[in-house]
Design a protein around this ligand. Structure first.
Ligand code: SF4
Length: 402
């Protein structure tokens, strides 16, 4: 099977390029390392390098004792065909939402105490899922008020909420987010072809996506990310081109191009033979087209990662207009800042500056378990007391690692 990344198996090729640059290698030497040592295609090596280069100015501005916060909302209006997350779209699950937010508020308050004790500064906030905007405006307001009251958010540089599905967005929710200082949202069409949206289990049309974008602009959001997927079942190169062109007409500041991956616990994997999968060669043409097309719109790649079982062994890439690169995406992908996660499915990740060791603290994945076992989740966070490290200077440790 063709593998454009050669023998590289990790999910973060850009991190390798960052390390090589930190050793003092030139751009040419970095590319040569990928091509000759790893068998990576030239174009992919150049992509990893470009993402590593995008990190340099961002790293210089990081807070010395900064941390990022992640909050998981595990509810969606329905489950997408390719999804393997614990997402709860049933009516029964919807009943859990108020109790879920109550439990989350406990974890927010508890975590905020630890962050205060450790004198960490909250630099970015990311609310993901799931689809956070599956919560009602009232519950969102409740959760965001708690976050604002418990944490000092006065130095936050980026506050993102994934408003992924256009059928969960309305004026009231957008206004709640705006009032609480959300600076960046994500509206994720995946495809602008109505038939594909139906096949992947979305209960909305391309028209709804255009409507949600217009509404978000009207309510004052100007930093909006949109996600698309290359290689959705039944899609040709022309269909993908159409999606990208339609998305760019909506002028998102940041466009993420994912490549379809067949996740083990997805419905797609279960009924694989029922679907017309796009071949790796076509998906490769899709991502090449995306890169060129987005460059023509002034966007450049700034973060990337690979996943298991991606069509064509390709990669996911975030493209942004200069100055709109998401800090959170860079911090999490390059593992250069502690991310403290709250909510079910959350994984807190810290790195010890002295030993360069990454530690993870896991929360349970099911909302029911999370609600029932919230005290245990709080207790797990005690590991953080006095131990959140400062990663700003990890660049020197990269040298040691290699
Ligand atoms: S919106 Fe995202 S989290 Fe929700 S079902 Fe679809 S892929 Fe899964």
């Amino acid at each position: 099977m063709n593998n454009p990344w050669g023998k590289l198996t990790g999910i973060r090729p850009a991190k390798i390029a960052t390390k090589l640059l930190a050793r003092g290698m030139t751009d040419e030497q970095v590319i040569d390392y990928f091509v000759t040592e790893c068998g990576t295609e030239y174009q992919k090596a150049a992509l990893a390098l470009e993402c590593a280069r995008a990190l340099v100015p961002v790293r210089e501005k990081m807070y010395e004792n900064g941390v990022s916060l992640y909050i998981g909302i595990p509810f969606c209006p329905s489950r997408c065909l390719y999804c393997s997350f614990v997402t709860n779209g049933t009516k029964q699950a919807a009943k859990l939402k108020p109790d879920y937010v109550e439990a989350l508020k406990k974890e927010i308050a508890y975590t905020a105490e630890i962050v205060k004790e450790n004198k960490n500064i909250v630099e970015t906030v990311y609310i993901g899922g799931g689809t956070p905007t599956s919560l009602s405006a009232g519950l969102m307001d409740d959760m965001l008020t708690c976050l604002e009251n418990e944490f000092d958010l006065s130095r936050v540089r980026e506050f993102t909420v994934e408003a992924g599905r256009p059928d969960t967005i309305d004026r009231e929710k957008l206004d709640v987010m705006k009032r609480h200082g959300v600076s960046r949202i994500s509206i994720n069409p995946q495809s602008m072809n109505d038939e594909t949206l139906r096949v992947i289990g979305r209960a909305h049309s391309a028209r709804d996506i255009r409507g949600a974008m217009a509404l978000a602009r009207e309510r004052g959001f100007d930093d909006i990310n949109m996600d698309v997927i290359a290689g959705l079942p039944g899609e040709s190169l022309d269909m993908f081109k159409y999606t990208l062109e339609e998305v760019e007409k909506l002028k998102p500041t940041d466009t993420t191009v994912h490549v379809m991956s067949i996740k083990r616990s997805s419905r797609l994997n279960e009924y694989l033979s029922d679907y017309d999968l796009t071949d790796g060669g076509t998906v490769s043409k899709m991502v090449d087209y995306a890169r060129e097309f987005l460059a023509s719109k002034g966007k450049r790649p700034y973060y990337m990662y690979r996943q298991k079982n991606q069509l064509g062994n390709l990669e996911n890439v975030g493209y942004a207009l200069p100055g709109y690169e998401s800090l959170y995406n860079l911090y999490i992908m390059e593992e250069i800042q502690t991310i403290i996660s709250m909510g079910c499915g959350g994984v807190t990740k810290t790195v010890d500056r002295e030993t360069d060791r990454i530690e993870r603290i896991f929360n349970v994945k099911e909302p029911k378990d999370y609600i029932l076992r919230i005290d245990e989740m709080l207790h797990r966070k005690d590991i953080l007391r006095g131990e959140i490290p400062d990663f700003r200077h990890r660049i020197s440790e990269f040298k040691r690692e290699l």
